[in-house]
Design a protein around this ligand. Structure first.
Ligand code: ADP
Length: 232
């Protein structure tokens, strides 16, 4: 579903160049849940940002659902994020003035889906994340864990094939973090979506099928979550 071929990203700032990602090749199959761990600055967010089309690689290729994303125009990326990719961030990014159900509905309305279809789908995804009882609450009236549930519902509303999650438990306490990881895990079990998760949390990575450890912009090992726990 997601294939990276010798993907590299170098940032240039004046005299300084930073090789954020070096020659990364991997394949994440349909329905797989893959986590990326490693110390701060090792390139995890850069990798996810490239797969999301939020940044462009210096070299290498990205294949997304069989399409060569490295040749996408910015319009193609917009369409991909609207149809194929869902993104969840550490900082929820919900619209403060909108209720939970309005936040979930917004991207569907923006892409021109019909009102009645949007209302039905928004209810459906709020149900998937167990948030229907909070549908009329605004983000400020929800706990961090609840806000992340709404953000996940919003990311899933358009039925993406790939969910990209960048430190989704980073702003949550450990109990809420465990809940959110169980939720993401259940989505992949249901065969709904392929997940790429970036985290510095060993416990969050435990939910994945397998874990890539990164260092200095490179993939250094692929392990099972239990092997990772043994090392920690
Ligand atoms: P991680 O997510 O693992 O903490 P990042 O992917 O954010 O790591 O960063 C990898 C490296 O690239 C770091 O050295 C970081 O300082 C650098 N970097 C990330 N984004 C930029 C940018 N926009 N400009 C310059 N350097 C960057």
């Amino acid at each position: 579903m997601v294939t990276l071929v010798q993907l590299s990203k170098t940032y240039v700032r004046g005299e300084t160049t930073v090789a954020a990602l070096r020659d990364v090749s991997l394949e994440v199959g349909r329905g797989e849940f893959c986590a990326f761990v490693g110390p701060s600055g090792c390139g995890k967010s850069t990798l996810l940002g490239l797969v999301a089309g939020l940044d462009h690689p210096t070299s290498g290729d990205i294949l997304l659902d069989g399409r060569r994303a490295t040749t996408f125009t910015s319009n193609d990326w917009t369409v991909a994020r609207r149809d194929v990719i869902g993104i969840v961030f550490q900082a929820f990014h919900l619209v403060p003035g909108l209720t939970a159900v309005e936040n979930v509905a917004l991207p569907l309305l923006l892409r021109g889906d019909r009102g009645s279809t949007v209302a039905r789908r928004a209810e459906e995804v709020l149900e998937m994340v167990s948030m229907t009882h909070r549908r009329h609450h605004r983000p400020g009236e929800l706990s961090g864990g609840e806000q992340q549930r709404v953000a996940i519902a919003r990311a899933l509303a358009h039925r993406p094939k790939v969910l990209l999650a960048d430190e989704p438990t980073g702003n949550l306490d450990s109990h809420q973090g465990t809940d959110i990881m169980a939720l993401i895990r259940s989505l992949t079990k249901a065969g709904e979506v392929t997940v790429l998760l970036v985290t510095h949390s060993q416990s969050a990575a435990q939910s994945a099928d397998y874990v890539w450890t990164m260092q200095d912009g490179r993939l250094v090992s692929r392990t099972t979550p239990s092997a990772l726990a043994g090392v920690a």
